[in-house]
Design a protein. Structure first.
Length: 519
């Protein structure tokens, strides 16, 4: 066979590999409104930037790539390692070669110090044929699907890892995704579960659909497993691209600086109108966030889960920041079991990847009641304290309106937790508990026994608010408060603080293997 014959043969083999499971199976994907595995990578990556790993593995078994496409490319000019599982080849199931390509891609991302994006669409481990074990050339593969969790874990905190759940996933696919930093899903298309509906029915006698068991809505609203759901493959991939724009390539770098064209001296004249004076009146904290970040651009994480707290990424003076904020229109902004998990995980991610933290505080403290206590609010709340005390990135707190009792702990207001700068608005109400509860505790008997209880209650409430819950009094005695600022100065003051803290050095921790966070 001549060189030309060999080259022609290679071209035909690669052309066939590009067609994966064939035209009929590709057409079925398109009929469902889904992109193919290769089309997803083409959409995600910059045109012409994709370089594939092991394209021809298993091509002689009519399973090109063994059901997964892997390699590297660029997103907005920055290198990322990627893989995309292909349901048109052996259903996307994970055999030894498939698992090896997953492992290799994560390993390569770790070695090169670049982000990993995995697009998962797989039922999990491939069932071997009768009398066939998971071997290749007679040897059990060490770096296969069953061990892919090792490189996921080694990469954690060193390079960002993002998972897109693009179809029905179970087993290895969901566990690997769960070890990554962010999980995005496609509504009415993505599913995640450990055991499917048939097994649930067999074992538990429970009838449930795939969607109700592990659909995107379930994991974005109820379980909190996923970080966002989107209407199509394209929207999901667009958001992965946008998220990557906020993240550094690895833990040794700072996030990318992008000129947003917004003034560092811009005042927030609208904030006085957005935030009501009365601590009992709700408002949407999103409006505050959009006012202070560059050009109002905010990328929210887990927007549907634990809505009482908001977390996400924005920019201030072109620099990426992580924002954690109480949401007064959901559960009055109380801290809960779910909000604690959401908050602590986000803060730890920011601390891993050199992203300063901004905390916007307006909370009546932890949600009371037996439901929260029995769900383990002590343990979950302790995660937040651990994350706050562990973090070494710059951290600035602004208390907008109220912060009582344990809220001062959970939002990093209390001195000694490692917060660098704390600012109050002049309308802040502070104390162990709210003014109403404090007045009842201290003056309840006097009020009830008076000739005019209602008038006396109002008078005692006014006195208490002015004398004890007043931030002007607090700052006189509390060295932990940097300053009281006007609401309109919020953005400007935060940017000044970030400028000061930009050269902050990480404090050396006590020597140890690692801590033991109360998981």
């Amino acid at each position: 066979m001549t060189h030309k014959d060999r080259i022609d043969q290679l071209k035909k083999i690669k052309e066939k590999a590009l067609m994966a499971g064939g035209e009929a199976k590709i057409a079925r994907q398109h009929e469902k409104g889904k992109l193919t595995a290769r089309e997803r990578l083409e959409y995600l990556l910059d045109p012409g930037s994709f370089v594939e790993f092991n394209m021809l593995l298993n091509h002689r078994e009519t399973a090109p790539g063994d059901g997964i496409i892997s390699g590297y490319g660029t997103v907005a000019g920055r290198v990322v390692c990627v893989y995309s599982q292909d349901v048109t080849v052996r259903g996307g199931s994970i055999g030894p070669l498939h698992g090896y390509k997953m492992y290799k891609t994560i390993d390569r991302a770790l070695e090169m110090g670049v982000p990993l994006v995995g697009l998962l669409d797989s039922p999990g481990g491939r069932l071997p044929k009768i009398n066939e074990s998971e071997t290749v050339h007679g040897k059990v593969m060490e770096k296969a699907g069953t061990s892919v969790f090792y490189p996921n874990t080694q990469a954690s905190g060193l390079v960002p890892q993002i998972s897109g759940i693009m179809g029905r996933c179970a087993g290895i696919s969901v566990y690997s995704a769960a070890l990554t930093d962010f999980i995005f899903m496609v509504d009415k298309q993505s599913e995640m579960f450990i055991t499917g509906p048939s097994m649930v029915k067999t074992v538990m006698g429970e009838e449930i659909s795939f969607e109700d068991l592990g659909g995107a809505e379930v994991h974005c609203r109820l379980s909190g497993v996923a970080d966002g759901r989107f209407s199509s493959d394209q929207e999901c991939l667009d958001n992965i691209k946008e998220l990557l724009g906020y993240l550094p390539a690895n833990a040794g770098e700072k996030p990318p600086v992008v000129n947003m064209g917004d003034s560092a001296d811009r005042l927030n004249e609208d904030l006085e109108d957005i935030v009501p004076e009365s601590p009992k009146r709700p408002y949407d904290m999103h409006r505050v966030i959009h006012s202070i970040v560059d050009q109002g651009r905010f990328f929210e994480i887990k927007p549907e889960f634990a809505g009482e707290i908001i977390v996400g990424f924005g920019r201030m003076n072109n620099q990426v920041v992580g924002i954690v904020a109480n949401q007064p229109i959901v559960r009055a902004g109380c801290l809960t079991v779910d909000s604690s998990d959401k908050q602590s995980r986000f803060m730890r991610f920011c601390d891993c990847f050199n992203i300063p933290l901004i905390l916007l505080v307006d909370t009546p403290a932890y949600m009371p009641g037996s439901a929260q206590e029995h769900a383990g609010i002590i343990r979950h709340g302790a995660k937040v304290l651990y994350a706050l005390c562990e973090a070494t990135v710059p951290r600035i707190v602004v208390v907008l309106r109220k912060c009582y009792g344990g809220g001062n702990l959970g939002m990093g207001v209390m001195p000694g937790l490692g917060t660098d700068l704390v600012y109050y608005w002049p309308t802040v109400e502070v104390g162990i508990m709210g003014a109403d509860a404090s007045v009842e505790l201290y003056f309840g008997n006097e009020i009830r026994n008076s000739e005019n209880p209602e008038e006396l209650r109002k008078e005692r409430l006014r006195e208490f608010t002015e004398d004890y819950a007043n931030p002007m009094r607090e700052i006189s005695a509390n060295w932990g408060i940097e300053d009281i600022i006007e609401p309109r100065e919020t953005r400007k003051v935060l940017i000044q603080g970030l400028r000061l803290l930009s050269s902050k050095r990480r404090k050396k921790a006590f020597p140890k293997e690692h801590g033991n966070i109360p998981l």
